[in-house]
Ligand binder design. Structure first.
Ligand code: SF4
Length: 240
């Protein structure tokens, strides 16, 4: 996991620098489709050393930085958070994106205030995967007990959707995208890829996505589409 590519620059749509940092690990770890929560380490110094090196690559090119860490911002150690603050100030970052699981939603207010004092706007993203509560919680096991989108949007600015799965019709996927765009600033559609879990990408669903949905949203500035989970330029192996 220490060999992962962790820094990239996204040169289209919402242009930003993008970092995959490492933290103490997702506290949920039960999403049925996820095997990337294995990128963690309980040793804070170990994490900080990796994170410091990656944070030092930030140039502030687009004044926007997105940080993910195979979990939530709360899993990052204190020294890393301080380093993020100082890098943002030094490199004139005015917008900072973090991801967060529903479990930690009540920590978001303080996070936003903390960075707001420095003149930095924090945007938070949740992997909602689908707004269909029963599909999401029975099949994907996201651990998001809230059904009401109006409650969810009080905490989060952006959502990730997971598509390309069995049981998703074109209408199902379009509905999730429409809801995401109606209630949130930006959405990121991840297409399921083969991994170590027993959840399989469905070739028919993916074919339908590419044929009927991708053309509609591929140029939409509020929609990121990851046909492969390394499309943001991080997460791949340095030796690949
Ligand atoms: S919350 Fe995110 S990191 Fe944790 S298990 Fe679910 S998808 Fe994986």
């Amino acid at each position: 996991m220490n060999n992962l590519i962790r820094y990239s620059i996204i040169e289209e749509k919402n242009k930003r620098e993008f970092l995959l940092l490492i933290g103490s690990g997702c506290k949920w770890k039960k999403c049925s489709f996820c095997d990337y929560h294995t990128d963690f380490n309980k040793d804070e110094e170990y994490c900080y050393n990796i994170n410091e090196k990656e944070l030092n690559k930030v140039t502030g090119k687009y004044n926007t930085l997105e940080i993910v860490n195979s979990g939530s911002f709360v899993d990052l150690d204190k020294k890393t958070m301080k380093k993020i603050e100082s890098v943002c100030i030094e490199k004139n970052i005015n917008t900072l994106h973090f991801e967060c699981h529903w479990l930690h939603k009540d920590k978001i207010k303080d996070l936003k205030e903390q960075f707001n004092k420095l003149g930095i706007t924090v945007k938070t993203k949740i992997g909602i995967e689908s707004f269909d509560y029963y599909y999401r919680e029975s099949f994907l096991n996201k651990g998001i007990e809230e059904k009401d989108i109006n409650v969810i949007k009080k905490y989060f600015d952006e959502v990730c959707l997971l598509q390309g799965l069995p049981g998703q019709s074109v209408e199902f996927m379009l509905k999730d995208i429409a809801l995401g765009l109606e209630h949130f600033e930006r959405i990121c559609i991840n297409i399921m890829v083969e991994n170590k879990t027993k959840i399989k990408p469905d070739p028919n669903t993916i074919e339908n996505f590419i044929k009927y949905i991708y053309p509609i949203y591929k140029d939409n500035n509020r929609v990121d589409i990851l046909l492969n989970n390394t499309d943001f330029g991080v997460g791949g192996n340095k030796n690949d």
